[in-house]
Structure formats: C-alpha cells, structure tokens
Design a protein around this ligand. Sequence first.
Ligand code: IMP
Length: 193
Amino acid sequence: MEKKLVFATNNAHKLEEVSAMLGTSVSLMSLNDIGCHTDIPETGTTLEENALIKARYIHEHYGMDCFADDTGLEVDALDGEPGVYSARYAGGAGHDSVANMKKLLARMEGVTDRRARFRTVIALILDGEVHEFEGIVRGTIATEPHGDGGFGYDPVFIPEGYDRTFAELGDVKNHISHRARAVERLVEFLRRG
Ligand code: IMP
C-alpha cells in the first residue's frame, strides 16, 4: 500500500524536488493538502530544532506521519551566517531573496575566502519516533548574482566541481543539492523500513 506522508511545506519548488525523488511508493501531501494553513513558528536556534518543531506540530495536530526540513546557508568567513536565519537575513518578514543576497554580498565584499555550504536537516516522525537526516553541499559565494533558476540564494552559490551557480544549473541542482542529499537519506531509510 502507498505510504502517506506529510511534507510540512507549501513551497512548490521543494515539493517538486522531493516528490520526484520519492517516486510512487510514497504519497506525499503538503500542508495545503491536509488543510493546515498555520504558519508554524520557527522559534529554534538551530536547523535541527526548527525541523523538529514543524514535524512535531503536524504530528500533534493531525496525527500523521510527517517530515519537515530546515535549510541554512553557512558561510565560513561569516562564522556560519546566515545559517538558521537564512530566510530572514535582511530582516522584515523574511523570504526576500534579493534583499538577502544583497546583504550577503555586501558582507562578503573584499573577502577572499568565499567558502560556504548549504545544509539541510530533515526531521521525520514515523510511528511516533523521531529520525533526523542531514544533507550538505559545499561551494563558494559568487561576487555577483548569476542565473534566474531556482530560488533563495541560488544565484550566488557555486557548488564545488562546477563553475556556474545553482540558478544556472537547472535540473542538475535537484540531483546534487543539500536537500537532495538529505532526501536521499530519508528515502533510503523509508525503503529499509
Ligand atoms: P528553508 O528552511 O528551506 O525554508 O530555507 C530557509 C532559507 O534558506 C530560504 O528562505 C532560502 O533563502 C534559503 N534556501 C533554502 N534552500 C535553498 C536552496 O536550495 N537554494 C537557495 N537558497 C535556499
């Protein structure tokens, strides 16, 4: 039987990436699909805490197996900034990618060590048990944005082994990204079960 699993997000990009990887063995449901319209507060100070807060909320209120992710861009020269605050880096309500990138590039002006990584943490609650999975992709921060694909910081992140940004790499990103790596681990785990 198809396993029903809630992915605690309404981000269409993420749902697309993740459902392509999960294949047909899992019926993936979004927050909209289960009628959850709450903006679950991400009050944690680590990616792990935030992923778990979201997964726990769904499990407690809807009683369904679910997973949630939290991602941060961690820049070496900025001691891991913007990290857990990636969405709200430029302030305000957050999710203003252009403003976030602008702030990041300003803080990186003149900085020669441009190493960074995207890190995704997935918290899964399955049959009441918590499991965590991590995915990391290393790379560097470009000096200016390039490309118009993807979302968030994609136009300024050049993954290791490539000379183009995530925003220029099209579908390649879906195979090598931090989220893809974390989801691979989740999928392996679900297959074993
Ligand atoms: P979230 O936890 O996935 O919502 O990610 C938090 C923030 O990190 C987003 O608002 C984006 O700014 C950034 N982010 C997450 N994933 C990606 C990605 O794949 N590419 C670029 N930026 C990302």
